[in-house]
Ligand binder design. Structure first.
Ligand SMILES: Cc1cc2nc3c(=O)[nH]c(=O)nc-3n(C[C@H](O)[C@H](O)[C@H](O)COP(=O)(O)OP(=O)(O)OC[C@H]3O[C@@H](n4cnc5c(N)ncnc54)[C@H](O)[C@@H]3O)c2cc1C
Length: 302
């Protein structure tokens, strides 16, 4: 970005919400990644629309960050603008069993809100460390449920700056997939339809799932969750175990021995280490089983 372009950003977003050369390892659960050239906290739909339009017109790369829990950011960082929704775009409200959650809200906050309101159906998401926006794009899910089962509608910002509401059918949800991966829509909020439940049962279900995660997943290390998508009729972790890759490492990037489906960062892993390990795992699993694993983790940056 040129100095003039950087200065123009101050006309769109207050100066104290723009940072230059911000280390992305502070904003990803992998604790990996070089600097974002320009890191912007967005507090309204208007700001997001203006920022997006400015980047489009000026040919500046634009990346929308959720909670950074499904990302592998390059060691060379991310050129252009990395924008994320701040507190003012993270509200959660309820009307007649329908929770309206803005894109910046965390899934944990939505799950706790549902618990307070005595609404059941969102317990599955309590332990997924992402935002509503990121979860909509990924159709995040766990323990037999996913966003597609509870989302009624999604409000999006279209590339031309208009606001539109998509029905759940229009979201085209599939396994770890939604239309947000095809069209540059920015999710602004979602209507989540839940039903009345017994608060004690909801709390117990959330605790039970949290315990199951702690037992099975290497939550004590930075990671981006499951590194690979689940291949049809199989499990990535099982295929990786069978290929003899448990504990395989490149530098500090390691195939977790606790859960072979996770690559963890044992300290100072670089994005390059993780990428090389991903390729080794894909090749060896393919040689062993004939199945080519697809990364679930999204690679971002140069
Ligand atoms: C320990 C651990 C456990 C995990 N367990 C699970 C699990 O059980 N199930 C599961 O599905 N995932 C799991 N994940 C992965 C991750 O939490 C999910 O994919 C989550 O939905 C990502 O959300 P995020 O806000 O962090 O998005 P990010 O990782 O920041 O971004 C992901 C993608 O979403 C896009 N995006 C972000 N916000 C928006 C928006 N407002 N509009 C449009 N696009 C947007 C980004 O541009 C990017 O392409 C886990 C991760 C970790 C670290």
């Amino acid at each position: 970005m040129t100095e003039a372009q950087k200065k123009s950003l101050f006309d769109i977003v207050e100066t104290d919400r723009i940072r230059f050369e911000e280390p992305m390892n502070k904003h990803t659960t992998f604790r990996i990644g070089g600097n974002a050239e320009c890191f912007v906290c967005v507090q309204s739909i208007g700001e997001m629309a203006d920022l997006n339009e400015f980047c489009r017109k000026e040919g500046i790369p634009f990346f929308l960050l959720g909670k950074g829990s499904n990302l592998l950011v390059s060691d060379r960082g991310i050129p252009g603008v990395v924008a994320y929704f701040g507190e003012e775009m993270s509200s959660i409200s309820e009307n007649d069993g329908m929770i309206v959650a803005e894109a910046g809200a965390t899934l944990a906050a939505v799950a706790n809100f549902a618990l307070q309101k005595g609404l059941t159906g969102f317990e599955f998401a309590a332990g997924i460390p992402g935002s509503v926006g990121g979860a909509l794009r990924m159709n995040a899910g766990a323990y037999g449920s996913d966003m597609s089962q509870v989302v009624e509608w999604v409000r999006v910002l279209e590339p031309d700056g208009k606001i539109k509401t998509l029905t759940k059918e229009e979201m085209q949800f599939g396994y770890r997939y939604s239309v947000l991966q095809e069209i540059d829509y920015i999710a602004l909020a979602a209507g989540i339809g839940l039903v009345s439940g017994e608060p004690e049962r909801i709390r117990e279900a959330m605790l039970d799932l949290a315990n199951r995660r702690r037992e099975k997943q290497p939550l004590e290390y930075p990671s981006a969750g499951s590194t690979f998508k689940r291949p049809e009729g199989n499990f990535a972790g099982k295929l990786i175990t069978e290929a003899g890759l448990s504990g395989q490492r490149i530098g500090d990037a390691v195939v977790s021995e606790k859960h072979n489906g996770f690559i963890i960062n044992e300290g100072c892993a670089t994005a390059e280490d993780v990428k090389r390990l991903i390729e080794i795992v894909r090749r060896k699993v393919y040689e062993n089983s004939g199945i080519l694993l697809e990364p679930e983790v999204i690679m971002v940056g140069d």
